[in-house]
Structure formats: structure tokens, C-alpha cells
Design a protein around this ligand. Structure first.
Ligand code: ADP
Ligand code: MG
Length: 256
């Protein structure tokens, strides 16, 4: 089922620190990239959209306010891949991925063959089947990142939110994971990912939200948002933009 997310006028403060101010956007079955400098509110926006942080304003999924739904219902709808997973228990990779099934289970309901198959398929999708029995605390950053993505896939959400999902990956694995994430769009899933690499964001995303100091500075397709002026105003660096010969999408280069 394709879902529509409507974020209406959300604001969020950590005590006296204003992290988000009057952010609004609407998306549906597309790959949305959130970009912006450090501290611009990207993680806060992702966590507010997931309902993990309670913001002012509202977030509607197919017209339903997520702050009024119970957490389990929200978890069935929204999968989240956090920036730094805080897993300190020596569980196996398979155990962690299987945890993605929790929102689908009733209290004390046992996992069944179907859950195991879904967890195995999720591990295959991100290429970590061979790690299934390894202990999570003994993995590299990149391997751990893939495990957390597999856990979110096992959740079979309609919306997937990812915070810098490729931060620990080399270029081969960045492309592999972003291609996998992009392929989810064809399955009706809506994806919002915080991305630092503007050229990767340009290559993979349908729409970009450029945040600056907690506000949306620009929103639109990659050619509308990734412009020399926007980059200069928000990041304070001068860049030139080339056009990809095939896709006509912007590619950032640094002038001599
Ligand atoms: P980004 O992900 O774009 O780097 P964040 O959403 O993490 O930005 O942070 C936005 C602002 O909120 C920053 O000024 C940051 O210092 C502040 N902030 C983030 N998390 C906390 C927190 N737990 N307590 C206080 N301030 C925070
Ligand atoms: Mg962040």
C-alpha cells in the first residue's frame, strides 16, 4: 500500500535550543534525501517524522496523526535506521534482524516460519547471510550498518527512514545499499534518507530537502535544489555544477 506522508508545520526544541522551525512537506512513494550542514536539524527531522520525538505541529500518514497512534501501529508503518545503533548486547546478527518482526507480533506470540523466512530474505537483500550467526558486537561499522538496514527491511514498513545509511560504507557498498533502497520505491515504499554526499543524493534521490538552521531552505527535484547559489548560501563553499550526460542530474565539482 502506498502511503502519503504530510508533515505540517513541525517545530522542535531541545530545551532552549531550537532544532526545527515550521517544517512542512508532503511526499508519497519517492526517494527523498535530506541534506544540510552539521547541526541543521536533519536527525531531529527524521526522529520527529518517525514520532520518536514529539514535535509541535503534526505528521499525518494517510491522514492519520502518528502522535495519536500507538507505537506498535507506527512501527508497522515506519522502519527507522538510526545513525549510530546503540546495541551493546552480544546478540547474533540473525537475532537482531528477527527483532524487526516484533511490531507484527502479539504479546507472547512466538516467531514462526514466515518470520524466519522474512528475516533471511532481509539478510540476503543486503548481502549479510554469511554473518547470520556472528555476534553483533564483533562486526565492523559497515557490517553493523547493513544489519540495521536488514532489521528495518524485516519490519516490512511502508515508510523507511534512514539517518546517513552509508556513512560507514566504502563506495562499492554505498552504491549497493543506495541501489537497494531505491529499488524499494518500485515496491510502493516511501524512503527518506539523510545523506551527506551531495553527488550520491543527486544520483539516487527523486526529491531533496535542503535544511539550514532548522528550516527548509529549499525543497524540490535535485536540479532545483542542488545549485551553486543554494550550496554557497547554506554550506558557505563555492562549487560548480556539471550535468550528468545521461540523467541530466547535477554533479558538484570544486573549482580550481
Ligand atoms: P544534524 O543531524 O543535521 O547534524 P541534529 O538534528 O542532530 O542535526 O541537531 C540539530 C540541533 O539540535 C543542533 O544544534 C544540535 O546541537 C541540537 N541537538 C541535537 N540533539 C540534541 C540533544 N539531544 N540535546 C540538545 N541539543 C541537541
Ligand atoms: Mg544527524
Amino acid at each position: 500500500m502506498v502511503v502519503k506522508i504530510k508533515v505540517k508545520n513541525i517545530s522542535f526544541s531541545y530545551g532552549s535550543i531550537k532544532a526545527l522551525e515550521n517544517v512542512s512537506f508532503e511526499i508519497e512513494n519517492e526517494f527523498v534525501g535530506i541534506i544540510g550542514p552539521n547541526g541543521s536539524g536533519k536527525t531531529t527531522l527524521l526522529n520527529c517524522t518517525a514520532g520518536i520525538l514529539k514535535s509541535d505541529g503534526c505528521i499525518l500518514i494517510n491522514g492519520k496523526d502518528i502522535n495519536k497512534l500507538d507505537r506498535k501501529k507506527v512501527a508497522k508503518e515506519i522502519g527507522i535506521v538510526p545513525q549510530i545503533p546503540n546495541i551493546s548486547f552480544p546478540l547474533t546478527v540473525f537475532d537482531i534482524v528477527l527483532m524487526g518482526r516484533n511490531p507484527h507480533k502479539k504479546m507472547l506470540e512466538f516467531i514462526n516460519e514466515k518470520d524466519i523466512k522474512i528475516a533471511n530474505d532481509a539478510m540476503k537483500a543486503v548481502g549479510i547471510e554469511h554473518l547470520a550467526n556472528r555476534t553483533i558486537t564483533e562486526l565492523s561499522g559497515g557490517e553493523l550498518q547493513k544489519v540495521i538496514i536488514a532489521r528495518a527491511l524485516a519490519q516490512q514498513p511502508n515508510i523507511l527512514l534512514l539517518d546517513e545509511p552509508t556513512a560507514h560504507l566504502d563506495i562499492h557498498h554505498q552504491i549497493e545499499i543506495l541501489s537497494l533502497i531505491k529499488s524499494l520505491i518500485g515496491k510502493g515504499i516511501t524512503v527518506i534518507a539523510v545523506l551527506h554526499d551531495l553527488n550520491l543524493a543527486s544520483y539516487f534521490c527523486d526529491k531533496i530537502i535542503l535544511l539550514n538552521k532548522g528550516k527548509i531552505f529549499a525543497i524540490g527535484n535535485v536540479n532545483e535544489v542542488i545549485t551553486p547559489n543554494n550550496i554557497y548560501t547554506v554550506y558557505g563553499i563555492r562549487v560548480d555544477i556539471l550535468q550528468h550526460p545521461k540523467s541530466k542530474k547535477p554533479i558538484i565539482i570544486f573549482p580550481e
